[in-house]
Design a protein around this ligand. Structure first.
Ligand code: PEP
Ligand code: MG
Length: 737
């Protein structure tokens, strides 16, 4: 293998040596092309003229069957096998025995390696093992690109085939770059051991370090709570002690492999066997085994977690099975153009952070990790939820144009940054932004936000692995107020529970977490948590205005209790002569429909209200906001919901209490138009929506739309839906939406 030969000569030498060593008359190597054809790349024993000419489709013949199933075949009488097909050009009819193994890499089949004999014989297990080992070497050659160009011009190998994945659009934007595998597969180059016993000892040492490192992780304080992390680690622990696994590893070493190569080989076998399992539990376990094997390889090679490794320069797209939020922050932000996850949903923490950083994300891209190679060209389409791996030139061109289009549009919005947010008929509207992390803060200035209408304090808690200390909280809040530079900031107290899970906060499983023990309910039962937070907020706002609001208020009694808590903290701090906020304003989020029927009483208790339309709509229509199957079923731009919002505005007006809306709808230009038409003069949205919403409102005559909306909502049987009416209105008045 180490001889300095040209690629074809090397393949020829490989098949010659296998044939000689295994006493086989034939040894042939087939490589899978992008068009699903297995092409004969080298042979000893078959007609040499058929090299690069003999072809089989995936699934066709014995070779095609091996490739399609990723499993070896060992046959005494090949011609009796139902899949046998005869390729006249090769002259193989005289061979009875046949053994073929798939050439596998990271769970993908790249080709097939075959030996044949004239007489009927059974190949021994050691021979299968030996052939599989050589197949690993060939797999690395293929992956390294050294076989490109051996075939007819224009033929592309399967490994470099363009692949397109459909996933979930989790963070908007389009990114082009080159693949970085988050947990890089370790490439094993040293395959054969010199001293099996020494190698077994090395393997055993690595396995026991692996076991210790898993124990360490399990012992860590932040892992002490029950939860997913712990369950995964416990599965790892079980596998790391699996005797069958360790025995197979040792066997492979005794058969001549290095410890690294044996890990790779046993993992390949396992993948090949489990890949086709339809049981999702088994497939999930396969992932765990993959992770474990990777960890073991890193132990063996003394490489623990090198992030950029030997580095891919320029623009990168991170491809990962899953990832922690903190891990994303370990990468160099300037280089990252996108993130592709095999798992992950809209509320995964890493997605929240990526969104805040403006990194496009596609989730649920199944198979991306095994299909992608480091350095491959890749496009992440966070608009449509698609990933294009190794895109053809025409696809790439389309995306380059889309990126340019978006950049131009961004420039146009940028140009509006300092233009006052005033409608054509002179109504000022406060366009506020939603935030939650330090990384959001530069956007206050960059997007020209009028302030922060919703600061989601739970995000700091969600991305940390342990409970943030009061001092950490205080530091963040103070940085937020500094960044806002006098513009109003509304902090929302911890909104955890439901889908917002804190790994270190023990919570029992609930049947309906969205309706469960969450937000203010939890905070009032565990006042310690909320008191610390309120104290941090009060201290951070010394000498400035502090606006605090409470999430998921359902009953006014909860609000009274929350107010009592804050006034107690206020008194406590005053007693110790702490500098206090210049002014304190308290508000409630309207997210639960019960408040709609006690608006007058509510308004008497608060300085302001903010409508959390995501939750309010979820409860209004009994439609789970996180369930893609139904979340688009009902329309928030519809008369009943609009009437509910108007009730809130009217009540606010009666009591001179300001009303804001901070759900996602505020950031969609058409919905924002409806809100302004309805009477809202303050809305809060993700920072990237401020430009598009401002572009819309600059063209809007709010009073005129108000009349149209009022008329529509008064009709019993309107001829159009509310949304349709709005679309027509925007169209007729040339309002960008
Ligand atoms: C809402 O519910 O609309 C809201 C703004 O809060 P969150 O999305 O954080 O639940
Ligand atoms: Mg909410």
């Amino acid at each position: 293998m180490a001889e300095p030969l040209e690629a074809q000569a090397r393949l020829d030498e490989i098949v010659r040596q296998i044939a000689a060593n295994m006493v086989a008359e034939v040894c042939s190597l087939y490589v899978l092309r992008a068009d699903g054809i297995l092409e004969l790349y080298a042979t000893q024993g078959l007609n040499p003229g058929s090299v690069h000419l003999a072809q089989l489709r995936l699934g066709e013949g014995l070779v095609g069957t091996i490739a399609a199933t990723a499993r070896a075949l060992n046959l005494q009488d090949a011609q009796k096998h139902p899949a046998f097909t005869y390729l006249p050009e090769t002259g193989e009819e005289i061979f009875y025995s046949f053994m073929g193994v798939p050439i596998l890499r990271a769970g993908r089949t790249l080709g097939v390696l075959v030996v044949q004999n004239k007489e009927k014989r059974i190949y021994r297990d050691e021979e299968t093992e030996a052939l599989e080992t050589v197949a690993m070497v060939v797999a690395e050659m293929i992956a390294a690109g050294s076989l490109e160009g051996l075939s007819r011009p224009g033929v592309v190998l399967d490994l470099s085939r363009p692949v397109h994945f459909e996933g979930l659009a989790l963070a908007d934007g389009i990114g082009l770059g080159h693949v970085i595998l988050h947990e890089p597969r370790v490439v094993v180059t040293n395959l054969f051991n010199e001293d099996a016993e020494a190698e077994v000892a090395r393997l055993e040492k690595a396995v026991s370090s692996l076991r210790i490192s898993i124990e360490d992780m399990l012992q860590r304080r932040d892992m002490a709570a029950e939860g997913e992390h712990r369950a995964v680690l416990e599965a790892y622990r079980m596998f790391a002690h699996d005797r069958g696994w360790v025995r197979r590893l040792e066997e492979a070493v005794r058969n001549g492999l290095t410890a690294e190569a044996s890990v790779e080989k046993v993992q390949n076998d396992m993948r090949a066997r489990m890949m086709h399992a339809s049981d999702p539990f088994l497939r999930e376990r396969l992932h765990d085994f993959d992770d474990l094997a990777n960890r073991l390889l890193r132990q063996l090679m003394g490489r623990d977690g090198d992030m950029f490794g030997d580095g891919v320069a320029g623009d990168v797209v991170i491809v990962a099975r899953s990832m922690g939020a903190a891990e994303l922050l370990d990468y160099r932000r300037e280089q990252i153009r996108g993130l592709v996850l095999e798992e992950g949903g809209a509320t995964s923490h890493v997605v929240i952070v990526a969104r805040a950083l403006g990194i496009p994300v596609v989730g649920q891209a199944k198979g991306a990790v095994s299909m992608a190679e480091k350095g491959d060209a890749i496009i992440v389409d966070g608009e449509e939820g698609a990933v294009h791996l190794r895109p053809p030139a025409d696809v790439e061109k389309v995306f380059v144009e889309r990126v340019q289009f978006r950049a131009k549009r961004q420039q146009r919005y940028q140009a509006l940054r300092d233009v006052p947010a005033r409608t054509r008929d002179g109504q000022d509207v406060a366009l506020l932004m939603n935030a939650g992390l330090l990384v959001d803060l530069p956007q206050v200035e960059a997007a020209g936000a009028a302030g922060i209408g919703l600061f989601r304090t739970e995000l700091q808690f969600m991305i940390a692995s342990t409970m943030p200390k009061t001092s950490d909280q205080e530091r963040l809040y103070s940085a937020v107020l500094d960044a806002a530079d006098g513009k109003p900031v509304t902090f929302r107290t911890l909104d955890v529970g439901g889908d917002k899970v804190l790994p270190y906060l023990h919570q029992s499983p609930e049947e309906n977490p969205a309706l469960g023990y969450r937000a203010l309910r939890l905070a009032l039962d565990r006042p310690g948590l909320m008191r610390t937070q309120l104290r941090a907020l009060l201290k951070a706002s010394a000498g400035r205005e502090l606006r605090v609001m409470f999430p998921m208020v359902t009953d006014l009694e909860e609000l009274r209790q929350a107010r009592d808590l804050i006034s107690r903290e206020f008194k406590h701090l005053t007693r110790f002569a702490h500098a206090m906020p210049r002014r304190l304003k308290l508000g409630a989020m309207i997210e639960v429909p019960s408040l709609l029927f006690q608006l007058d009483e509510l308004m008497q208790l608060v300085d302001f209200v903010s409508i959390g339309s995501n939750d309010l709509f979820q409860f209004f229509c009994a439609v789970d906001r996180g369930n893609a199957q139904i979340s688009g079923r009902f329309d928030d731009l519809s008369s009943p919901f609009m009437r509910a919002l108007r009730e809130i505005l009217d009540a606010g007006q009666r009591h001179s209490v300001s009303v804001t809306l901070c759900g996602e709808m505020a950031g969609r230009p058409l919905s924002a138009m409806a809100l302004i038409g309805l009477g809202f003069r303050s809305i809060s949205m993700t920072s990237s929506a401020i430009g598009p919403v401002k572009a819309m409102l600059l063209e809007l005559d709010a009073e005129d739309l108000h009349r149209t909306i009022t008329a529509h909502l008064a009709e019993r049987h309107p001829r159009q839906t509310f949304r349709q009416m709005l679309e027509d209105y925007a169209q007729a008045h040339a309002i960008p939406h």
